[in-house]
Write a new protein. Structure first.
Length: 206
């Protein structure tokens, strides 16, 4: 994803509003570092990043960001308990091999976790499955099934159930849809499982 494309991601702007100024933030799967850069510039955070791609790590380092190469599935154990105020995972949970374990690790490493993910129950996806009988391609899921990095697609309902099983509290949540600003939602409402193209969650331990 280019910086221009990342700049259009509504979840970045919503995340800025969730993170308190001066906080310690770990951005997991930070890509080219745009979110870290925005958080440092606008919220004065002390940011660190973990990124799988060596090319993206090099780009982050060239921009003066503190980023190391690593894999969310295997390298989160290297971070001490509660070493950050926020552990952030944007549009990545569906691409890891062990999403349950990764989600639990976020709340071990951070006092709070911020997670955004595509919602496979969005009405456009349901409609495409119903009318075309094929795996949907949308703005939130733009690649064909045979080339996507996503291996654990879920719905808002699936995610809230997993949070309950892990003893996580959803402090706030927002829906994201194409061309619209993020809006607060109650993720337990069935209608939101239809309306949200993707969703953003602020989580803590119960």
């Amino acid at each position: 994803m280019s910086p221009a494309e990342a700049a259009r991601r509504e979840d970045f702007r919503a995340i800025l509003g969730m993170v308190r100024p001066g906080a310690r933030v770990l951005d997991i799967g930070c890509g080219e570092g745009l979110l870290l850069e925005m958080l440092a510039r606008e919220n004065g955070v002390v940011g660190r990043g973990l990124e799988l791609s060596p090319a993206n790590v090099s780009l982050c380092l060239a921009r003066g960001l503190a980023v190391v190469q690593g894999d969310a599935d295997h390298d989160l154990a290297d971070f001490p308990n509660q070493s950050f105020d926020y552990a952030v995972l944007t549009q990545t949970l569906q691409a890891v091999r062990r999403p349950r374990e990764v989600l639990a690790e976020l709340l071990r490493i951070g006092e709070r976790a911020i997670v955004s993910l595509p919602n496979f129950a969005h009405w456009k996806m349901r409609w495409e499955l119903l009318t075309c009988g094929r795996m949907p391609m949308t703005r939130a899921l733009p690649r064909a099934w045979w080339e996507t990095d996503n291996i654990h697609l879920c719905t808002l309902r699936d995610f809230t159930i997993l949070c309950d099983e892990l003893g996580l509290k959803i402090e706030s949540s927002m829906a994201l849809a194409e061309g619209q600003a993020a809006r607060p939602i109650d993720p337990q409402r069935a209608i939101e499982n239809w309306r949200a193209e993707s969703a953003l969650f602020l989580l803590s331990r119960k």
